[in-house]
Write a protein that binds this ligand. Structure first.
Ligand code: FAD
Length: 544
C-alpha cells in the first residue's frame, strides 16, 4: 500500500502473484450462505462453467454460484460475507457473459454471481427529449438493441460484439468505431445502481454519489456490482453504408484516420485493420462487399504485403439515400487510399452492429470459437503510433493468420472552431472572429486510464490459438509474440496502457494507474474494504 494511507489499507493486500493464492479451503466453504432467504438460489454443484471464460486459459473453480432474481439476493449475499469479516476467505465475482480473457470474472473457491439471471429491471425505455433505457447490470447489449429499435431508438456507443453484458463492458470502457464521436460506453451512462463490497445498495450519477459513479465506470469491478444502468439513447437509423479501402503506407493510413476522427461531420463509425501477408484478400471481401471497380479490384495483389484497411460506416434512412451518397463521395474524396481497393456494402443497422455474431456462428460450426484466445489490447499515444507500427507490423509479427489486428484512433476531446462574429467589410468579404471550442467526449473522472495524449490508438491483437498446436498457431507462440510486443513498448518507453488490463505485480498495477493509483486504492478502501469483489482482476487480495 501507499505509505501515507497505511490506515486505509490495513485490510487490503495487493496481489503480487500470477496465480490466485489458494485460500484455506475449509474457511472458504460457504455453507453458511444457505441460511439466507433468497428470491433466486445458490448452486453448489455444476460450478465448472464459471471457471471458464472466452480467453480459455485461466480456470479458477468457485465454491458456489448465485443465480439472483433480485438486487436483495446480491446485497444480502455480500452483506453476509462482509459481516464474516476476515474470518472468511470468500470472495465474490460478478459474471456478466464471462467474455473476459484472463479469468477476470472468476473467483477461486468463492461466489460467482451469474448476473444474467437478474432480470429486474426488465429493459425499460423512456422516450422524450433525452431518451434513455433502464436495464439490469447483467443484460446483454444485443437484447437492449432489439428492444430499443422497437421505439426507433438505440444506444450510441457500442462494442464490436454485442453478446457482452452491460456490467462487464462498463467495468472496462466499451470502445468501438463510434467512440471518436460519442465517447466510450462509460460516457453514455446517466445513472447506476451499485451494490458495494459492504453490501450497501447505492444509486449514483454525476450529481449523486459521484465518487462511486466515477469509480465504478472503468473500475474493473473493484468497487461494486452494477445491478442497474441508465443508458442514454438516440435516434436509430435503419441502414448503414459500410465501406472498406486499403493503404500500403502506414503514415497515409493513419493521417486519413486522424483526419476523419477530427472532422465535425464525418462518418458515424471509423475503425481499421492491419493485414500482413494475406493471399486473395479482396476476393474474400466479395462475400460481403462490392468492389467499386470490379476489374481493377480483381487485379490487385495482396500477397506478401503489409496492408492497412480503413473501415468506415455512415448511417442513413432509405429516404436519405441521395444525401448519404453525396456525403460518402465527398468524405472519400478527401482520402488517399489505393483507388482499386474501394469496396462498399449496404446493410441494416442491426446487421451492421451485430456483424461479429455472424463470424461467431461460422467459427462455432467449425469448432473454432471455444479455443484459447490470448488477446492483447493496447492503447498507444498518437505520437508513438508510427514507431509502434514500424517495429511490430512485419518485424515482430510476420503475418496475422491467427486473427484480426484492429487499429484505430480515438480522441478524448474534439476541437472545433466556432464563428463568434462576422463583420461585413465589403459586399463579399467578412472579418471572422473565431474561438476554439473543445468538446470532451471522455470523462476523465472515471477509473478508466488512457495514455496522456488527447488522441490515442486502440490496437487489438485478437488471436485464436489451436489447442494442441506447438507451432505458430499455438498458445505458447502467440503468448511469446505478445510478450515481445509488450517488451518493445516498455523498452521504447511508448507510454502505452493496456486495455482490459492484466498484470502480475503490484508495480505493474501502480504503473498502469499512474497518478490515479492513490485514488483507486482509496476508493477500494471506501467501497470494498475487505477486498471481496472481483478477485479475478488480481489487483487486491482479501486479507484473512
Ligand atoms: P465478464 O467477463 O463477465 O466480466 C468482466 C469483469 O467485469 C469481471 O471482473 C467481472 O467481475 C466484472 N463484472 C461483470 N459484471 C459486472 C457487474 N454487473 N458489475 C460490476 N462488475 C461486473 N471490448 C470493447 O471495449 N470493445 C469491443 O469492441 C470489444 N469486442 C469484444 C469482442 C469479443 C468477441 C469479446 C470476447 C470481447 C470484446 N470486448 C470488447 C471485451 C469486453 O468488453 C470485455 O471483455 C467485457 O468485460 C466482457 O463483458 P462480459 O459481460 O463478458 O464481462
Amino acid at each position: 500500500c501507499i505509505p501515507d494511507r497505511t490506515n486505509l489499507c490495513s485490510n487490503l493486500s495487493l496481489a503480487t502473484q500470477a496465480v490466485q493464492t489458494k485460500s484455506n479451503s475449509s474457511s472458504a466453504i460457504p455453507f453458511s450462505l444457505e441460511t439466507l432467504t433468497l428470491d433466486g438460489y445458490f448452486s453448489f454443484e455444476n460450478t465448472h462453467h464459471a471457471a471458464k471464460d472466452f480467453g480459455n486459459t485461466n480456470h479458477f473453480h468457485p465454491s458456489v454460484i448465485l443465480y439472483p432474481k433480485s438486487v436483495s439476493d446480491i446485497f444480502s449475499t455480500i452483506k453476509h460475507i462482509f459481516n464474516m469479516g476476515s474470518t472468511s476467505a470468500l470472495t465474490v465475482a460478478a459474471r456478466g457473459h464471462g467474455h473476459s480473457i484472463q479469468g477476470q470474472s472468476q473467483a477461486h473457491q468463492g461466489v460467482v454471481i451469474y448476473m444474467q439471471s437478474l432480470k429486474d429491471p426488465r429493459i425499460k425505455i423512456h422516450t422524450g427529449e433525452l431518451p434513455f433505457v433502464d436495464v439490469s447490470g447483467g443484460e446483454l447489449w444485443i437484447n437492449i438493441l432489439h428492444e430499443t429499435l422497437k421505439y426507433g431508438l438505440s444506444p450510441m456507443s457500442w462494442t464490436d460484439y454485442l453478446y457482452l453484458s452491460v456490467g462487464g463492458t462498463l467495468s472496462n470502457a466499451g470502445i468501438s468505431g463510434q467512440a471518436f464521436h460519442h465517447g466510450p460506453q462509460i460516457n453514455n451512462v446517466y445513472q447506476l445502481e451499485v451494490v458495494t463490497g459492504k453490501g450497501e445498495v447505492v444509486t449514483c450519477s454525476e450529481k449523486q454519489n459521484a465518487d462511486l459513479f466515477h469509480g465504478v465506470l472503468g473500475g474493473l469491478g473493484q468497487f461494486g456490482i452494477i445491478t442497474r444502468a441508465r443508458i442514454s439513447l438516440g435516434p436509430a437509423p435503419k441502414m448503414v453504408k459500410w465501406i472498406r479501402v486499403l493503404y500500403s503506407e502506414f503514415s497515409i493510413f493513419s493521417r486519413d484516420q486522424e483526419h476523419l476522427i477530427s472532422m465535425e461531420n464525418s462518418f458515424d463509425y471509423i475503425e481499421g485493420l492491419v493485414i500482413i501477408n494475406r493471399t486473395g484478400l479482396l476476393n474474400n471481401w466479395r462475400s460481403s462487399f462490392n468492389p467499386k471497380d470490379p476489374l481493377q479490384a480483381s487485379q490487385f495483389n495482396s500477397d506478401g504485403k503489409i496492408l492497412y484497411c480503413l473501415e468506415m460506416a455512415i448511417y442513413f434512412n432509405p429516404d436519405e439515400n441521395n444525401i448519404m451518397n453525396q456525403k460518402t463521395e465527398s468524405l472519400l474524396s478527401e482520402l488517399s487510399y489505393i483507388p482499386s481497393t474501394l469496396f462498399l456494402s449496404e446493410v441494416s443497422y442491426m446487421d451492421f452492429l451485430n456483424r461479429v455474431h455472424l463470424s461467431e456462428i461460422k467459427l462455432r460450426a467449425k469448432g473454432l470459437w471455444e479455443v484459447p484466445h490470448p488477446w492483447l489490447n493496447l492503447l498507444i499515444p498518437k505520437s508513438k503510433i508510427s514507431n509502434f507500427a514500424q517495429e511490430v507490423f512485419g518485424n515482430i509479427l510476420k503475418d496475422n493468420s491467427n486473427g484480426p489486428i484492429l487499429i484505430y484512433p480515438v480522441n478524448k476531446s474534439k476541437y472545433v472552431y466556432q464563428i463568434l462574429l462576422s463583420i461585413p467589410i465589403s459586399d463579399l468579404r467578412y472579418i471572422f472572429s473565431t474561438s476554439l471550442l473543445s468538446y470532451c467526449r471522455w470523462n476523465n473522472k472515471t477509473s478508466f486510464v488512457t495514455p496522456d495524449e488527447d488522441i490515442f490508438y486502440l490496437v487489438a491483437f485478437l488471436s485464436s490459438a489451436m489447442p494442441s498446436s506447438t507451432g505458430k498457431d499455438g498458445l505458447e507462440h502467440i503468448m511469446t509474440q505478445n510478450q515481445k510486443i509488450l517488451n518493445f513498448c516498455a523498452a521504447a518507453d511508448l507510454g502505452i496502457k493496456q486495455y482490459l488490463p492484466h498484470y502480475h505485480t503490484q508495480e505493474e498495477w501502480r504503473d498502469h494507474f499512474g497518478p490515479h493509483w492513490e485514488l483507486f486504492v482509496q476508493r477500494k478502501s471506501t467501497y470494498d474494504p475487505l477486498a471481496i469483489l472481483a478477485p479475478g482482476q488480481r489487483i487486491f487480495r482479501k486479507a484473512i
